[in-house]
Design a protein around this ligand. Structure first.
Ligand code: AP5
Ligand code: ZN
Length: 220
């Protein structure tokens, strides 16, 4: 299965990606997680990306496309993968199409913006694994600690309210058009385009997982 998870910041892409990837036995490719790992490691890429990410803007298409190309060439991607947070611009989507990357499905998770602000303000992250919690909606067993390792959880730098608003604006301007892009491609060329599915991302984490797996059931 080769899958794109599409959705606004805070829609629950990372949360649902882990369940979907477990179900299909495929790796999760989160460009956001990869960039945060580079920032943490202090690599040249991380140093370059940090200020852009903290401001809520997008990292350049060239950098992202190089990252994704390198990651998808790794052996664990042979059986498929899930893109979480990629593509995020029409240029990124076009580059994938031009490179002939075959995709089975694009799944959009749709959540109203007012719910998103609440989700992001309570989000906590386990940096080493990318596992995500919410202090109210998806709390860890021990407050402030990762369930699997017991390590400390942190708040993301870009989860401050004004940065969240900026990220939502960037999403509306640059990423939302991808929904129409993939929907029209699926209508125009059903034999070759990825199938397009959209689900509501409002409700409990478990309810949305059920919706997501049902929506993907008839994708190859
Ligand atoms: P990235 O890490 O991709 O951030 P994002 O798209 O803004 O998405 P988030 O990770 O914020 O949200 P999510 O949908 O994964 O939600 P989550 O599951 O965590 O990107 C960060 C930055 O990197 C970008 O701003 C950009 O600068 C750069 N970047 C990355 N990719 C790029 C690209 N391709 N091109 C250019 N730049 C790029 O859930 C959110 C919270 O809600 C959590 O606390 C969770 O526990 C909670 N929650 C989840 N589901 C529910 C539910 N059903 N009910 C209640 N709470 C819930
Ligand atoms: Zn995420």
């Amino acid at each position: 299965m080769r899958l794109i998870l599409l959705g606004a910041p805070g829609a629950g892409k990372g949360t649902q990606a882990s369940f979907i990837c477990r179900e299909y036995g495929i790796p999760q490719i989160s460009t956001g997680d990869m960039l945060r790992a580079a920032v943490k490691a202090g690599t040249p890429l991380g140093l370059q990306a940090r200020a852009v990410m903290d401001s809520g803007a997008l990292v350049s298409d060239d950098i992202i496309l190089a990252l994704v190309k390198e990651r998808t060439a790794q052996p664990d991607c042979a059986k498929g993968f899930l893109f979480d947070g990629f593509p995020r611009t029409l240029a990124q989507a076009d580059a994938m199409k031009a490179a002939g990357v075959r995709l089975d499905c694009v799944l959009e998770i749709d959540v109203p913006f007012d719910a998103i602000i609440e989700r992001m303000s309570g989000r906590r992250l386990h940096p080493a694994s990318g596992r995500t919690y919410h202090i109210r909606f998806n709390p860890p067993r021990v407050p402030g600690r990762d369930d699997a390792t017991g390590e400390e959880l942190v708040q993301r730098e870009d989860d401050k309210e004004e940065t969240v608003r900026k990220r939502l604006q960037v999403y509306s301007d640059q990423t939302r058009p991808l929904a129409d892009y993939y929907r029209s491609w699926a209508q125009a060329e059903p034999a070759t385009a990825p199938r397009y599915r959209s689900i509501s991302g409002t409700g409990s984490v478990d309810e949305i997982t059920v919706r997501a797996l049902q929506a993907l059931a008839d994708c190859p």
